[in-house]
Design a protein around this ligand. Structure first.
Ligand code: SAH
Length: 398
């Protein structure tokens, strides 16, 4: 059984925890001297030493762990973990039954009751993502729960908890049978090649599923589409499948060319007819302006923070200017898809950046549609930061 430590919460934080805030903040704990080994159970007490909630100690960014239960005598044991996983899997039953979509999230951290643990499903393979040493301590419970609850081909893991909270390079295979990679998964009928044992990223970000479908079904036909920060080209593939006259994908990572070519090819699209450019987006803007290039649709999905030799991009500071560059190369009546996964600002602020960018460019616009996380990326109202995705479709009016 895991060791337990009782810790008093500073007065001004007590209410927050009583209302269900799930992240244990370092600053909220009155005495952290007793916290040595990640994985121990923390009991949070109020100023009168009454029980508030309990969770585990695990360092993740500013967090010192996650609350798992508000019941004092609930054991955080194997059956607790199995119950949480079972409830989460039941909520995804219609995903499991959908033959056109075979990759989705089956367990989304605090949104499913266990912060620091994320599990994705790729056509029979489960990938567990551990965000602290603390939660990794419970690995045997999670494996047992998977054994008891589902049939799987194989299980992989990503340990995302080195000193900087980054992925730890390793053989990520855990149990079952090893996959023969790439395995091909489907999303609304479109294929993706995924690699579950090649580092932190597997080849597709599942949270953009609805955005990709919307681009394919409602916007792409006969349009020229520019996909910036394109990674493996998932948006480009959906645009091409939706009848785009031409797609252009731009990403600074060398691997993006081969990976994007592969995604086109497995969907029967001739990659030679699409443009796949390995370049810094900020250079590409200059090139496009010089050449007088204009696109019917421009997709912007930058990382929240990126550092290259010459440039540091921070979504919170620089998104407005990124939009201004995009506006300059979008046709009148064209569409800009502005996306961000930055959790430090909300949709209201994001729309503020959009309004500023268009106003400063002297261009009118209309918001067409907006998206946040899809249903399998469950979130809870008590933890707004967990609802990080913001995507807005904007028409440039001229
Ligand atoms: N839009 C992608 C995911 C983007 S991930 C999708 O839907 O699948 C962010 C990508 O931005 C990474 O592939 C990274 O290589 C790229 N990137 C970061 N800084 C960049 C820059 N300055 N120019 C071009 N690409 C950049």
């Amino acid at each position: 059984m895991n060791k337990e430590v009782s810790i008093q919460v500073k007065a001004k934080y007590v209410n927050q925890y009583k209302k269900g805030y799930p992240l244990i903040l370092k600053d909220s704990l009155s005495n952290i001297n007793h916290l040595q080994d990640e994985g121990v159970i923390i009991k949070l007490l109020d100023e009168r030493k009454h029980f508030i909630a309990k969770g585990y100690f695990g360092k993740q960014n500013k967090g010192y762990g996650w609350i798992l239960s508000k019941k004092e005598n609930e054991d955080l044991n194997e059956s607790f973990f199995e119950k949480k996983l079972s409830t989460a899997f039941k909520k995804r039953e219609h995903f499991f039954e959908d033959r056109e979509t075979t990759a989705f999230r089956v367990f989304n951290g605090e949104g499913d009751g266990i912060g620091g643990l994320i599990i994705d499903y790729y056509d029979g393979y489960y990938v567990m993502n551990w965000y602290s040493k603390g939660i990794y301590h419970f690995k045997s419970f999670v494996l047992q729960a998977l054994e008891n609850l589902v049939d799987f081909k194989g299980v992989y893991e990503k340990k995302r908890f080195d000193t900087k909270g980054q992925y730890i390079e390793d053989d990520d295979f855990v149990m079952g049978q090893r996959g023969n990679f790439p395995i091909l998964v489907k999303e609304n009928g479109v294929q993706f090649a995924v690699y579950l044992n090649e580092g932190a990223m597997v080849g597709v970000f599942l949270d953009q599923r609805e955005v990709r479908k919307t681009i394919r079904d409602e916007y792409a036909k006969n349009k020229t589409v520019l996909n910036l920060f394109s990674y493996t080209g998932a948006f480009s593939v959906f645009a091409a499948v939706g009848g785009a006259s031409k797609t252009t994908s731009v990403d600074v990572a060398n691997r993006s060319k081969a990976k994007t070519t592969e995604q086109f090819t497995i969907n029967g699209i001739d990659a030679a007819k699409e443009d796949i450019i390995v370049e810094d987006v900020f250079h590409y803007f200059k090139y496009a302006v010089r050449k007088g290039l204009q696109f019917d649709m421009v997709i912007l999905d930058p990382p929240s923070f990126a550092k290259s030799k010459k440039h540091t991009f921070s979504a919170a500071k620089d998104y407005k200017n990124l939009l201004k560059d995009a506006i300059a190369i979008t046709e009148d009546k064209g569409i800009i898809v502005a996306s961000t996964n930055c959790s430090t600002f909300d949709m209201r602020k994001f729309k503020g950046f959009i309004d500023d960018a268009f106003t400063e460019s002297g261009v009118r616009y209309q918001l067409k549609q907006e998206f946040s996380l899809p249903e399998d990326f469950r979130t809870i109202p008590e933890f707004k930061e967990g609802n990080y995705l913001k995507v807005v479709f904007i028409e440039k009016l001229g």
